[in-house]
Design a protein around this ligand. Structure first.
Ligand code: ATP
Length: 305
């Protein structure tokens, strides 16, 4: 079932057309990874969804109903998690959530709801003040806060970008666990994060959605094959010799050799025959599963042509 549908959303800031007709849909109980480069339009889309910003045109449909600006009933059903949440540093996490519950008008079972949210985010036994929290703990508190109401949809804007690897892992694990009871729309430019948690991906660039697809299908539909090639030539030199070949879409220097993204029929054989025609020794020729990043680069290339 579709929980959220955005249709043809447009927004300009003076001459800058930040959104040029964004359409996407988020299914119930999925994690939707909203990915794109810096400046692609992710934050603008999410800000409009949260009524932090007015749209110029387009429609937002939530649970089958069209939503207007600052719609109170709708706002109660969505929780927001910013990239760097700010809390009064002298409060404990429990106090922050208690105030938030008051603010949200939660009177019935307030204590239980606060304790539940603290336990879910792994902060139940933390007594210290928020000012001494790590960034990862602060982000988990922000997620706990977004869980307090009856929010069916959690909108998260780059929730992991300001975190160190440990904090990131904790927040991603929390996001994965949330899927059982909530729906998550999650923006990021860290593609490996999206790859590890998202069920579906929407790729935005220059204010337009270029691709929307289940994660598992992206690599298949993109007709990509990737090989790591290591020779006695420096990778840069090898790249120069190969990148003009029509069956090579992209090359990238990696730790263990040159990553070659291939496409088209017989590309693998053509690469082998090209290599054998060069005056070099091949040490490694190994197939690699293309990553989300490889697919991302490919889609951006296709659209730039
Ligand atoms: P980032 O990850 O860098 O935040 P993003 O995908 O979230 O990128 P947006 O912040 O939505 O991108 O920006 C989309 C475009 O709109 C950019 O060109 C940006 O410079 C522009 N923009 C966003 N907000 C404003 C504003 N208030 N005034 C003018 N231009 C804006």
């Amino acid at each position: 079932m579709t929980l959220l549908r955005i249709e043809n959303l447009k927004k300009a800031f003076g001459d800058i057309h930040a959104l040029r007709g964004v359409s996407l849909s988020v299914e119930k109980n999925e994690i939707y990874g909203f990915i794109g480069r810096n400046g692609a339009g992710k934050t603008t889309t999410l800000n409009i969804l949260m009524s932090f910003l007015r749209k110029d045109a387009g429609r937002i449909i939530f649970a089958g109903e069209e939503i207007g600006f600052l719609d109170v009933a709708y706002k109660k059903k969505i929780g927001f998690v910013p990239d760097v949440p700010a809390f009064p540093p002298y409060l404990t996490g429990r106090e922050v959530l208690t105030f938030a519950a008051d603010f949200l008008g939660i009177h019935e079972n307030k204590r239980e709801k606060v304790e539940e949210a603290l336990a879910f985010s792994g902060l139940k036994d933390v007594r210290q003040k928020v000012g001494t929290y790590s960034r990862g703990m602060r982000q988990r508190l922000s997620i706990a806060q977004a869980l307090l109401g009856d929010s069916q949809l959690l909108v998260m804007d780059e929730p992991t970008s300001a975190l160190d690897p440990v904090g990131r892992r904790e927040v991603l694990d929390l996001i994965k666990r949330l899927k059982e009871e909530r729906t998550i729309l999650y923006s990021t430019h860290i593609l490996s994060d999206a790859e590890s948690v998202a069920d579906r991906i929407g790729l935005i660039d220059k204010g337009k959605i270029l691709l929307e697809s289940p994660m598992a299908e992206i690599k298949k539909t993109k007709d990509l094959t990737a090989y790591i090639v290591q020779t006695d030539l420096p990778v840069e030199e090898l790249a120069e010799k190969l990148e003009t070949e029509p069956f090579i879409k992209e090359t990238k220097a990696e730790e263990d050799g040159l990553l070659c993204l291939l496409s088209g029929e017989g590309a693998e054989k053509r690469l082998l025959s090209r290599l054998s025609g060069l005056d070099l020794t091949v040490y490694k020729f190994v197939e690699k599963t293309p990553s989300l990043e490889d697919a991302f680069v490919e889609v951006l290339h296709e659209n730039a042509r």
